[in-house]
Design a protein around this ligand. Structure first.
Ligand SMILES: NC(=O)c1ccc[n+]([C@@H]2O[C@H](COP(=O)([O-])OP(=O)(O)OC[C@H]3O[C@@H](n4cnc5c(N)ncnc54)[C@H](OP(=O)(O)O)[C@@H]3O)[C@@H](O)[C@H]2O)c1
Length: 256
């Protein structure tokens, strides 16, 4: 059972995968959950599970690419429950994309899907939490891919790295105001969305296990959290190797 209890928790990207599972795990704690994503029917089904497990839940279909819609979700959460204690910015996706086959628009879209969706919530959440006596926690589902350049994942890696840097700066600036930031870096997680691509997925973990790691990071609030240990060690090793050696290994790992 999660130790996060009696809190208002906003999850952006809660209709499937890791975000939906985090919502279900937090539902045991008598929390007040605000769930958002674009697909209203899938979101409503997750909200129903949450209520059945004993937490209050507001589900709001909204596109995180729209800054006005994101600000409205934060305002609606605060209006319904009085505060936003914790936010998990979890929306994002990283399709297989080789740099010799993309358009500029493709890359910009991946930037928007993984960076703008964070930015659009970050600003209104900082405003909301800055006015709360207890401040608040903003957690972001980043990726181990945000720590290094992985072939066929370049635009996704770049967007996640940008989000991490922005959040790192906000953490330093806003600690005196009680706003905390946690970037969470999963390795491969067996969610439906990525099951169709043919990218190799070493040390893949289940959605349930990934959500347990995410919830633990939201409880402990480290600046950075990484899981699983195996993939984290692989990434750290690749980063420590001389560039020609790591490039050769990465090219092999990503070969079609
Ligand atoms: N699966 C992995 O191996 C893995 C590894 C490392 C990191 N991650 C990260 O983990 C996070 C969750 O991914 P997942 O694997 O659980 O995939 P997922 O099932 O596709 O979850 C993504 C969630 O974000 C929502 N979303 C996407 N774009 C949105 C938008 N514009 N506005 C509002 N909601 C949006 C999706 O809902 P709607 O489509 O209904 O909007 C969905 O609820 C992502 O940030 C991903 O980059 C995943």
């Amino acid at each position: 059972m999660a130790h996060i209890t009696d809190r208002t928790v906003l999850i952006v990207g809660a209709s499937s995968g890791i975000g939906a599972e985090v919502a279900r795990q937090l539902a045991h704690g008598g929390n007040r959950l605000v769930l958002t994503a674009r697909r209203a029917a899938e979101l409503a089904a997750v909200a129903q599970d949450v209520r059945a497990k004993g937490s209050a839940c507001l589900d709001i279909a909204a596109d995180a690419l729209d800054p006005r819609a994101a600000a409205d979700v934060v305002a609606a959460a605060a209006a319904e429950y009085g505060s936003v204690d914790i936010a998990l910015l979890n929306a994002g996706q990283g399709p297989d994309m080789s740099m010799d086959q993309v358009s500029v628009a493709d890359v910009s879209r991946i930037m928007a899907l993984n960076y703008d969706v964070v930015l659009n919530y970050l600003v209104p959440l900082i405003e909301q939490m800055g006015g709360q006596r207890e401040g608040g926690l903003i957690a972001h589902t980043n990726s181990l891919a945000g720590l290094m350049a992985i072939p066929r994942q370049g635009p996704y890696c770049a967007a996640k790295a940008a989000a991490r840097t922005l959040i790192d700066a906000a953490r330093v600036e806003l600690a005196p105001r009680g706003i905390r930031f946690t970037s969470i870096h999963p390795g491969f997680v067996a969610t439906e969305r990525i099951s169709g691509d043919d990218l190799p997925k070493p040390f893949q973990v289940s959605q349930e296990r990934a959500a347990r790691h995410v919830v633990r990071a939201m409880e402990k609030e480290p600046a950075q959290a990484y899981f699983p240990r195996t993939t984290t060690a692989l990434v750290r090793t690749l980063r420590a190797l001389p560039e020609p050696v790591s490039s050769r290994i990465l090219r092999k790992l990503a070969a079609r």
